[in-house]
Design a protein around this ligand. Sequence first.
Ligand code: PMP
Ligand code: GLN
Length: 389
Amino acid sequence: MTVDAQSKLPRLGTTIFTEMTALAQQHGAINISQGFPDILPPQGLVDAAIRALQNGVHQYAPMAGRMDLRDWICRHHAQRHGAQYDPVRECTIGAGASSLLFAAIQAFVRTGDQVVIQTPAYDLYSPAVTLAGGQITEVPLLTADGTWHLDALLDAIHPDTKLVILNTPHNPTGTVCPPGFLDALAEHLEGNKTLILSDEVYGPIVHDGTDEVSLAQHPALRDRGITFGSFGKLLQVTGWKIGWAAGPPSLTAELRKVHQYDVFSTGAPLQAALANFLPTKEGKDHLDGLPKMYQRKRDRLLAGLKGTSWKWTPAAGGFFQVLDARNLIDGNDGHWAREWTRTHGVATIPMSAFYTPHTPQLRVCFAKENATLDAAIERLRHIASDHAH
Ligand code: PMP
Ligand code: GLN
């Protein structure tokens, strides 16, 4: 007898990131689709991981994460955002930011609760809300001129809205929450119980002098929500899957109730490596240099595409750039992203995977070695010349 699993997520397939990376491998294409660096992590971090393994760090880390690493995270928020978090009661380490975002959504959302998401959105939020029984209200992230759409967000939030999910720097658009946006949101939320999850995994990676904006630094919002970070993005170790959540004790306690049963604790030797490496001079220099490194990568990509039919607004944060393909193709960017992986040897993410855009667009990841970027540029230029009208 075969048993029908009676899918709780009947419309979902495999994520676009998994699909495009597999397609890139199948066709030997340059992979600028899924968001991961091909740049090596700092050597000192790798050495620290080897030392942790050699020193016998093989058993469970504490459920909420190693204390010295939680200390570092809280110091990081204090230095960058002037926010005080207590490492004992307000900071939790999990299997990437993903596991903690997922745990938070399961912890807070009940059947029928309204959750507001700005679209295009990172693909994890919506299925997590659906599994918790929540109702999603999608609002456009951007106005027609490409700025964050405050009115759309505020209009969607009612006194009984359970949760708002924010993401800055934003994946996939590369935009950054503008200063003042959180003030307006705080004012609008006054007197209601809406919670906020702020996905800040690309946190410090901002370009062209753009201000880094964090929920943590906002006095009225800090206690209404949880801020999420990821060592994967900060240290070129996405495969380590170590992230954190910082928020007030009442929310952290509920988050941990889920975390202790879905993940419990994660990557003890890798946590040890991070805790030992981050406070070193090499660790500090790495983090200080991170935004500049990615800005240079973005600039290299865009300089390489100059004079072609690709159009763009330079990413203000993160390590993704959206390329507008309206001068190349009509409609279906999903079709063309797959086709160009096969025919032109470059894999990208179609923006239609994140929402219904009005123009065909691709998301490309520029967290790549210069040689990878240069090869991708060459292939993207071929696409542009082959599709010139
Ligand atoms: N949020 C966003 C916006 C992301 O791009 C990612 C990247 N995977 C995550 C969360 C998950 O981070 P992690 O790899 O630490 O789970
Ligand atoms: N965050 C990565 C991206 O946006 C993907 C992570 C994943 O594959 N789940 O490409």
